[in-house]
Design a protein around this ligand. Structure first.
Ligand SMILES: [Zn+2]
Length: 120
């Protein structure tokens, strides 16, 4: 059962307790208080899930810290590749020695959003 379904059920059970006639008043209040706490906790969990897990938030924060790009320029290659340090996607490619061609230094990786440091 998904939490959203459980939440609907709990709300329904709570309303049965509230408006049914079997419980004495004191028991009704105790049960309703407990259910209110359960409902609030489930609603909070749903809100946190919408924001993302702690791990996802941590990863997003770490991507905001600039990381040095990787320059892949091996002797047998015709081109040099500028690579994202996080996802390893190729950001730019330039024919070796073509220094007149400007490398556009993106602030962020177009693929994963990593903040990029282009300093030598
Ligand atoms: Zn990337």
């Amino acid at each position: 059962m998904k939490e959203s379904r459980a939440l609907e059920n709990i709300i329904s059970i709570k309303s049965e307790i509230q408006y049914g006639s079997n419980d004495i008043k004191q028991m009704k209040r105790i049960k309703c208080d407990s259910l209110n706490i359960a409902i609030k906790a489930l609603e909070e969990i749903q809100q946190y899930r919408a924001i993302g897990t702690v791990e996802e938030c941590r990863e997003a924060r770490e991507r905001q810290i600039p990381k040095k790009i990787i320059l892949n320029s091996e002797d047998d290659m015709e081109y040099e590749d500028y690579i994202c340090p996080n996802c390893k996607d190729i950001l730019q490619q330039r024919r070796k020695g073509a220094t007149r061609i400007t490398i556009y230094k993106f602030k962020f990786c177009h693929n994963c959003g990593q903040s990029l440091d282009w300093s030598e």
